[in-house]
Write a protein of this length. Sequence first.
Length: 100
Amino acid sequence: MGYVVTAKWTARPGEEEAVAAAIAKLVGPARKEPGNVVYQPHRDPEDPRVFFFYEEFAGADAYQAHLDSAHMQEYGFGEAIPRLESRERAFFETWEPSDS
C-alpha cells in the first residue's frame, strides 16, 4: 500500500523564486530515495507563489526517511519552508477498490 502526501506551499511575496530554486534542488535527490514512488511538484500558472506537491512513498517509514534526508533538511526545511506564507499537507494511503 502506498503512502501519499499532498502539500500546498505558498511563498511569501517576493520569495517565490527562492522557493522555486530550493524545490529545483530538492526534486532530483527526492526522486532517487529508495522508498520514493512519485515526487512531482507543480506550480500554479495564475499565481507563481503557489506550489503543489504530489508525493507517493512505499510507506509511512519511507516518507519519514524523506523528511529526515539531508536534501530535505537543507533545501526544504533550510531554504524553502522558512520563506513560506503557508504550508498545508494531507496524507492518504493508496486504495484499490474491489470489483465486487
